[in-house]
Design a protein around this ligand. Structure first.
Ligand code: FMN
Length: 304
């Protein structure tokens, strides 16, 4: 870890994003599922307090927990939802409450796919709800669910949304050559396996206002992923300009990759060295001190 002087204020420099308002500093609250909202996905006072207190505490960007874009795509009880217009009033209150503290409000959009723990959320597994290969029509419907949820969040006043494509949830499952054994346009080579994510991002981008912010969260390893492929995907998406930020969920920013071929330097360094275009790069995991935050910030973000 780099030693820093007390006078170093790098973490508190504003950060300009390609779309929409800037962050007042380099600190973002990672999305944290806290199971505090209501069973039907509407906002609770506890969840409102938890997130607005983080905004009051000074984060430049506050991300919600993973918000389910489809009722049967929930992974946890008490998870926020954006699958229905009934969620908009709570989301509006939340976005207003976060933005009142001069923080950007971002809704993380998620679908748990086969990780949707149906028994935990009270949905009975019925024909049509079991784990099976998706038809082309199912995939088109799912992409539309993400777009509809993004538009609800836009209507609610959020500055933007982030696609949760990490941790083995549905978008991440498409990416995995172990899990995704399809032989059509949605499986096979990396371009095909990444198509679900690309389609969601591109369709949200064209369905929302021009200053709406769009982020992507990826995991670099585990969950059947290949480091080389995630590096290639990160690079392609960042230079394409479709997203404002890529957030790498590393669990430990100092960790070295599991794959021997990449093990000689930290996960963080591999991603920091990619060409980012105008896209901002963030990371989460074990950043527990000012020194660790500065080390991460220096590695990732050229200070303006
Ligand atoms: C209780 C808990 C809930 C989480 N929920 C989410 C989530 O909803 N979406 C997500 O992308 N990551 C989620 N994560 C991962 C965190 O965003 C973060 O990447 C991870 O906790 C590592 O960062 P930390 O060391 O600062 O905690 C969760 C982690 C924990 C411990």
């Amino acid at each position: 870890m780099t030693l820093t002087t007390i006078a170093d204020d790098s973490l508190f420099q504003p950060l300009i994003l390609p779309h929409g308002p800037k962050l007042k500093n380099r600190l973002a609250l990672a999305p944290l599922t806290n199971t505090q909202s209501h069973g039907d996905g509407t906002l609770s006072d506890d969840e409102y307090r938890w997130l607005t207190m983080r905004a009051a505490g000074g984060f430049g960007l506050v991300k919600t927990c993973a918000i389910a874009v489809e009722e049967r795509g929930r992974g946890y009880p008490g998870q926020l939802g954006a699958w229905n217009d009934k969620h908009i009033s709570g989301l509006t209150r939340l976005a207003e409450g976060v933005k009142a503290h001069d923080a950007l409000a971002c809704a993380q959009l998620s679908h748990s796919g086969p990780r949707a723990l149906l028994n935990r959320i009270g949905v009975v597994a019925e024909p049509g709800n079991e784990v099976r290969e998706l038809s082309n029509e199912d995939i088109a419907t799912l992409i539309q669910r993400f777009v509809d949820a993004a538009q609800r969040c836009e209507k609610a006043g959020f500055d933007g949304v982030e696609l949760h494509a990490a941790h083995g949830f549905l978008p991440a499952q498409f990416l995995s050559p172990d899990i995704n054994t399809r032989t059509d346009n949605w499986g096979g080579d990396l371009t095909n396996r990444a198509r679900f994510i690309r389609e969601i991002l591109e369709q949200i981008r064209s369905a929302t206002r021009t200053d709406f912010q769009l982020g992507l969260r990826l995991s670099p390893e585990r969950f059947g992923l290949r480091m080389a492929e995630i590096l290639e995907l990160a690079q392609t998406i960042m230079v394409s300009g479709v997203i404002d930020w890529l957030d790498m969920s590393l669990w430990d920013v100092f960790k070295h990759p599991e794959e021997i071929e990449f093990a000689d330097k930290a996960l963080l360094s591999w991603f920091a060295e990619l060409d980012r275009g105008q896209t901002r790069l963030g990371a989460a995991g074990n950043i527990l001190s000012r020194g660790a935050a500065l080390w991460t910030c220096r590695g990732f973000v050229p200070l303006l």
